[in-house]
Design a protein around this ligand. Sequence first.
Ligand code: GCO
Ligand code: MG
Length: 409
Amino acid sequence: MKIETAEVVVTSPGRNFVTLRITTADGVSGLGDATLNGRELAVAAYLSEHVVPLLIGRDAGRIEDTWQYLYRGAYWRRGPVTMAAIAAVDMALWDIKAKAAGMPLYQLLGGASRTGALAYGHASGRDVPELFDSIRAHLEAGYRAIRVQTGIPGLDSVYGVAASAAGGGERYDYEPARRTALPVEESWDTRAYLRHIPGVFEAVRNEFGPELPLLHDGHHRMTPIQAARLGKSLEPYDLFWLEDATPGEDQSALRLIRQHTTTPLAIGEVFNSVHDYTTLLSERLIDYVRSAVTHTGGITAMKKLLDLAGVYGIKSGMHGPTDISPVGMAAALHLDLAIHNFGIQEYMRHSPQTLEVFHTTYTFEYGLLHPSDTPGLGVTLDDEAAAGFPYEAAYLPVNRLTDGTVHDW
Ligand code: GCO
Ligand code: MG
């Protein structure tokens, strides 16, 4: 099965996506997701200028060898652009292998370890009544685990709160990257946040009871001691996890948080390599690995990372906002079903426009996602529909403290 063509498709059905399609001489095609929100064209160029020429004529069946060839062969290793490009190649080759075998990918990864992957959805509101409406809408839509984000008194717009939160419903249109010439700027006050959040969780527990798994994303904004304080003050509300409490680069920050709180910790959506996790795993400083297949070198690399996490009893909690394309989401779902140490899967529905371009087969029923039994990943790309949504530059917001200092967003 020699690779005959590899094409990079950039399309913007509601938001930007970068997809790689690899086709073999005997006509089998595979898809890979290489979307890097706000920096899409860097990955598209890395793929088309530096990776596609190396793929033509290679044996599509040699997935591990191709991974090592692209990773070690570049000399320059890791980083979000490189690892998203390698991820797309890896996903596409697994898609081809599974299609050629006539099996859904999860079968090649060892078969199903569960009936479906527990998903969590994103509830948000500018205030508590709006948040309650949003939680109710998610429960009605079938979610059995819910992430809770709210507005903070005194701050105009806050990460994770849908701009159109009014009315509650499940938001597939929440997308922080905006189609503006320059990034939008938001303002932030960590002390106001720390004062407000425990009361929100108290209200949610009082209204919705003790059983519902609740999650929260700190989005990299706290110092270790602030995060320790938040984790401690949230202990009575029994969170499933507190995510990205501190900026990701500093693995030792988690050590300090861990010393002070039993609130479970998750981190890793901005990581791209197993080497970003070695301290966190070997010292058991986290409970969940947040990497995405799309950003961490594909299925081959994620399987190894999650197997290593499993040695320490640490579980998966793969990243799944709408900037992971339906192709990347399907790849995550095959892994979710197959691995032993599955924890939870983030899930935001893609918009109807996105689903006009990407035809999916995965299902969401009774709170569980399933990748379907379609051979391969189970996603196709409609080129004609994709061509109707040309790329539009979009940026994630930049965050500033109230005195103007640039802060983590
Ligand atoms: C999450 C993430 C996302 C990121 C987004 C940036 O937990 O889902 O924090 O909402 O902000 O992926 O592109
Ligand atoms: Mg997050």
